[in-house]
Design a protein around this ligand. Structure first.
Ligand code: PHE
Length: 452
């Protein structure tokens, strides 16, 4: 029988879980990745598909993933083995946990590089580097940073050490407290930025870009990107949410917690979009700036805004914190597994995983400069890591979760753990997990590779 409490500890309150899961979900995916892929893929129609994926695939799979974690109460690999055994299913499902651990490790490697950009910008902002900046100067500043491998390495290293330090300390200390203060602060700052965009940017233009759907601009590949972004931003499909679920007390309502996490995450992404596109359009920049989008656009706003030095610095500080609370959840599954199976100490396990991800991160940051000539499928290492994890590994993980919970587990175990009192709500959720989510994932995959 699975244990009632995880050996790694438990969240002190239900709210702590919601905050930690929100901390995992809200990160670079919302503020950095969402605006830039929306920009690259033509706006409104993409946003609409993204929102549909969040609601119809993301939310139900998040509930399924938390449910599994709380049942198994261990790292994703052992959770899958334990739940499979309890349900009389094949041990092969343990593989799902392995895919997740791999995905988390790959994501962390490039995530830390991008978080390093944000760290660098804290200091650029703080030292007045944005003062008097115009669109061209801002692009140059960003380009100069990418061209400097030593600087990128230094920031990447600092971020990875910060991440490892928190994870090494365990579930409760530090992390819980940090998210309680920092997440609301990030939302407030984004609202201030949206206010600035309303007053000084091309707000209506930005709004139209985000919301007016032009389906002719939407390729099959863009649909895959929208779905990938939904998984990425909600931290789904790799065991982060599962392992956080394993520290959740048995009384908490999974549905309510999931809804809160999904709603906050979506709010932050939309606020980021509303802040960025009006400023971008007013500056005459094109939305298709790629991964540099926020780093090129936002300094323009801070350059002009009253107290821009203060707000600019604060914004990048909060972005670093948002990235930090996400990065922590990226290595937690691997660390929990090493502690459980090899009996390593938490500190040692964390050091090991962080070091490996750090090494791969170096390849990612070199792909921005020294190795920029080296590409695979037309992508450098960093782009490739980002593309493969978000668009293939995470949806694959989500697909397997949906199949496991929707088709392989007994319905009574699922109902017992979910404890949705409203039968109709249960049926809707079960339908989404059993039929809609897996079918949608397969169809989107097949269309993107051109089979259908
Ligand atoms: N959801 C995080 C973000 O939006 C990234 C992440 C992905 C974290 C997968 C954990 C697992 O930045």
């Amino acid at each position: 029988m699975p244990a009632a409490v995880s050996i790694h500890g438990q969240w002190s309150t239900r709210l702590a879980f919601v905050l930690a899961a929100t901390g995992s979900a809200v990160g670079l995916g919302n503020v950095w990745r969402f605006p830039y892929i929306v920009g690259d893929n033509g706006g409104g129609a993409f946003v609409l598909v993204y929102l549909l994926c969040i609601l119809m695939i993301g939310l139900p799979i998040m509930m399924a993933e938390i449910l599994l974690g709380r049942l198994g109460r261990q790292s994703p690999i052992n959770t899958m083995l334990t739940v499979s055994r309890a349900e009389g299913l094949s041990r092969g499902w343990g593989l799902m946990g392995w895919i997740g651990v791999l995905a988390g490790f790959l994501i962390l490697s490039f995530y830390s590089v991008i978080a390093g950009w944000a760290l660098a910008y804290v200091f650029k902002a703080g030292s007045g580097g944005f003062t008097g900046l115009d669109a061209e100067g801002s692009s140059e500043m960003f380009g100069a940073m990418l061209a400097n491998p030593e600087a990128l390495l230094a920031w990447h290293t600092i971020f990875m050490v910060m991440t490892a330090m928190v994870v090494a300390r365990g579930v409760r200390s530090g992390l819980e407290r940090a998210v309680t203060i920092l997440m609301p602060a990030l939302v407030v700052l984004l609202v201030i930025l949206v206010g600035y965009a309303m007053a000084h940017g091309d707000f209506l233009g930005g709004l139209a870009f985000l919301l007016r759907p032009d389906f002719s601009a939407l390729s099959a590949n863009a649909v895959l990107l929208a779905m990938g972004q939904a998984f990425f931003t909600l931290s789904l499909g790799m065991g982060a949410i599962m392992v956080y679920g394993s520290y959740l007390s048995s009384e908490a309502s999974i549905a309510r917690a999931s809804a809160a996490v999904v709603a906050s995450d979506t709010l932050v992404a939309l606020l980021a979009g509303l802040a960025i596109f009006p400023i971008l359009l007013a500056a005459g920049l094109s939305p298709g700036q790629g991964p540099g989008l926020i780093f090129v656009t936002l300094p323009l706003a801070f350059a002009e805004m009253p107290l821009g030095l203060f707000f600019g610095t604060l914004f990048f500080v909060l972005l670093v914190f948002a990235a930090w609370t996400s990065a922590i959840s990226l290595i937690e599954p691997a660390v929990a597994f090493l502690v459980e199976n090899l009996g390593l100490s938490r500190v040692f396990a964390t050091t090991l995983v962080a070091m490996l991800a750090w090494l791969l991160g170096i390849a990612a940051l070199l792909s921005l400069n020294v190795w920029s000539g080296f590409t695979l499928f037309d992508k450098g290492v960093l782009d490739l890591l980002d593309y493969v994890t978000a668009n293939i590994l995470l949806p694959l993980g989500g697909f397997l979760i949906a199949i496991f919970v929707g088709w392989r587990m007994s319905q009574s175990s699922v109902m017992n753990e979910l404890r949705l009192r409203n039968m109709r709500a249960f049926r809707v959720w079960f339908f989404l997990v059993r039929y809609l989510a897996p079918t949608a994932i397969v169809v989107v995959f097949l269309r993107a590779v051109g089979v259908i």
